[in-house]
Ligand binder design. Structure first.
Ligand SMILES: Cc1cc2nc3c(=O)[nH]c(=O)nc-3n(C[C@H](O)[C@H](O)[C@H](O)COP(=O)(O)OP(=O)(O)OC[C@H]3O[C@@H](n4cnc5c(N)ncnc54)[C@H](O)[C@@H]3O)c2cc1C
Ligand code: FES
Length: 287
């Protein structure tokens, strides 16, 4: 019998249970922007998610369908519940946005390969998320903050289209106030309130200097961003194996059975969504 929350994790569920969603209770809903909300989900008593930053869950809204969503909270802050940041774009995400605290959703996962944080210890970390790409990277950033002594410099370059589309503004402010983080923000189009940099995320790279041999770069964002961010990172002589990116593909099963997420011969749901660049640069359809 399950008697306490730490006894089992969804991550350890048996192969035959991979397709059965576990009911989760929404305990909190927070609007971040006009399109994005953060949902705090609590699994049944005795079960924790047991995820690694960069992994995702399949969230189902009963009667509507299921969608893959990155886990946005850090494992170091899980306390039996976890957070997902959801952009309203269609049927499932639209239905999710209508739900309020105490509503139930289904959860499968955590799935996929997350970030190999153990390889990052002792290194300088350069995060470059764009837009909604901050959602999965926030999980890793907060774990790094919670284990701050194990890492070198931590630089966060974050860009959104407009100031009102920047996600997690309160947290960005807190990160910016810490002396052990270097945080630079940009927006494609400013407004009267915006005093910071205006331009796409690559315009921030000129403000930083790094030690390429000791730096791990981590990026996530809209597909169009990757080519330009990669050019900057490679231009700073960071090796291909030290650049990590998270690739989103249409996913259905999340566990390597349906083939929806296939990139050449790779299933992004299992081999990814996190990949070191050297693993995918030869895959024609990857970027
Ligand atoms: C690994 C992974 C992690 C993700 N993490 C997040 C996250 O943290 N937060 C978040 O809001 N979204 C995330 N997504 C995207 C999310 O899964 C889709 O937005 C969602 O499935 C759309 O479902 P829907 O039923 O609301 O939209 P639908 O009604 O199915 O489609 C609405 C529109 O979105 C397009 N669309 C649907 N799925 C995708 C997709 N995977 N990629 C590009 N376009 C798509 C459709 O073509 C259509 O134009 C992630 C996707 C993957 C694969
Ligand atoms: S989503 Fe089904 S194989 Fe990847």
């Amino acid at each position: 019998m399950i008697t306490n929350r730490t006894q089992t994790t969804l991550a350890r569920q048996a192969e035959d249970k991979l397709f059965i969603p576990v009911p989760a209770r929404i305990t909190k809903v927070e609007s971040l922007t006009a399109l994005e909300k953060v949902f705090t989900l609590e699994l049944p008593d005795g079960i924790s998610l047991g995820h690694r930053p960069g992994q995702f869950v399949e969230v189902s809204v009963y009667g509507i369908g299921e969608a893959p969503i990155s886990i946005s909270s850090s494992p170091s802050r899980s306390n039996g519940s976890f957070e997902v940041c959801v952009r309203k774009v269609g049927d499932v995400t639209g239905a999710l946005h209508k739900l309020e605290p105490e509503a139930r959703v289904g959860v499968r996962g955590p799935f996929g390969r997350g970030f190999p944080i153990e390889k990052f210890r002792g290194k300088d970390l350069l995060f470059a998320p764009g837009g909604l790409g901050l959602a999965p990277l926030r999980s890793l950033i907060n774990q790094v903050i919670d284990e701050r002594a194990h890492f070198g410099r931590v630089i966060i370059l974050y860009g959104a289209r407009t100031p009102s589309e920047l996600l997690f503004k309160d947290e960005l402010k807190q990160w910016g106030e810490r002396i052990d983080l270097e945080v630079l923000l940009t927006v494609d189009r400013g407004d009267d309130t915006w005093k910071g940099n205006v331009g796409v995320i690559t315009t921030l790279f000129r403000f930083i200097s790094i030690h390429p041999r000791n730096t791990i770069a981590i990026t996530c964002g809209p597909p169009v961003m990757y080519r330009f961010v990669l050019m900057e990172l490679l231009g700073k002589n960071i090796s291909e194996g030290n650049i990590y990116l998270s690739l989103e593909r249409r996913m259905k099963c999340g566990v390597g059975k349906c083939g929806h997420c296939q990139i050449n011969n790779v299933y992004a749901c299992q081999s990814g969504p996190v990949f070191p660049y050297n693993e995918i640069k030869g895959l024609e359809e990857a970027l």
